[in-house]
Write a protein that binds this ligand. Sequence first.
Ligand code: FNR
Length: 342
Amino acid sequence: MTRAKRKWEHIKYALLETETNSHGFSDVSFIHQSLPDIALKDVSLNHHVGELSLSSPIFINAMTGGGGSRTTDINGQLAIIAREMGLAMAVGSQMAALKDFNERKSYQIVRKENPFGIIYANLGSEATVDQAKMAVEMVEANALQIHLNVVQEITMPEGDRDFSGALSRIERIVKSLNIPVIVKEVGFGMSRETVLKLKSIGVSVIDVGGFGGTNFASIENARRDDTLSFFNDWGIPTTISIVEAKSISPSLAIFASGGINNSLDIVKSIALGADAVGMAGFFLKQILESGIEETLVKTRKLHDDIKYMMLALGACNINALQTVPLIVSGYTHHWLNERGID
Ligand code: FNR
C-alpha cells in the first residue's frame, strides 16, 4: 500500500471512530465555588509555556500532510482555523516530505495560511538531527513534536519492529535544536516512567496523547484481516496520563490530548495540571463534516465556554485554573492510588 493511500485511510477510519468515553473525564468533578470574586473581563486564556506564548489553551494536534491535494486542502483549512482563532497547530509527520520534495506543499501551506501563528513540526522517534532540522525549517516551526507510536507501528503489518535507540536519538535532537521539543504519544498515553526518561534527557514539554479518543490500534486493525485486537483496549486513559506526567515535576509542561472534544474536558485537563490541550479527531471531523465557518463558530464557543467555567471557578488565568480543587473518583482514583500518586 502506498503511503498516500495509508494516510487517506487513516483519515477515513478516524472519522468512523466512535467516542469510547474511556479517557476518564467522567471521574473528575469540580467543587463549586459560590464566591469566585472575579469578573468575566478578568479571565484570560493567554499562557506562556517556556518560550511559547499561547493565546488559547487549545491547539490542533498533528494529523496530516503528504498524500496529495486532499490532505493539502485539509491542512490549509485547519491552518485558517488556527489563524482565525489564535490556536497553535501541529502538522502531521513530515518524514514523507523529507524523502520526497513533491510532498512538501501539503505541509508548507500551513505556514503560508498562517504566517505569524505558532506551528509545531512533527517527526517520529526514528528521526535524525538533520531530519529534525529540515522538518523545522520546512514549516518555520516554533517547536518540534516527536511522536511515539509503538502500538500503532506493531499493529500495522508494514510497521516498525525495532524501537531501540529512540531515547538517545531524541536526546541528540533536544540538544541540537534551539526551539522546544515536545514528545507526544498518539492515543496510548504516557506513564510516569516514560516521562521520567524523557525529562532526564532534557525534554521540556510532554503531550500525553492519552487513551480514550482516536484509537490507532482499532484503526489499523480495521485495515487488516489478521487483527491484533488485544491492542484495541491498550493504553493509559488521558486523565490518568496527565496526572502521571505532572507528578514527575511541576516544572515540566504538560499538553493534554486524547479524546478531548468539549470545553468541560478542556477545563478538567487544565485543572489536572495541563498547560494546553490538543485536539486532533475533533478538528478533523468538524472540518470535513461542517466546513470552516461552522468550525470557527464551534471553536469560538469553546473559548467562551472555557471562560465561563473559569469565571465560576474563580480562576482568572490558566495558572490559577491549574490549582483549583478537584474530586477524582472511580477508575482514575483507583489507578492513581495504586501508583501512589496524589
Ligand atoms: C493522527 N495523529 C498523528 N500524530 C502524530 O504525531 N503524527 C501524525 O502524523 C499523526 N497522524 C494522524 C492522522 C490522523 C488522521 C489522526 C486522527 C491522528 C495522532 C494525533 O495527533 C493525536 O495524538 C491522536 O489522534 C489522539 O488525539 P484525538 O484525536 O483523540 O484528539
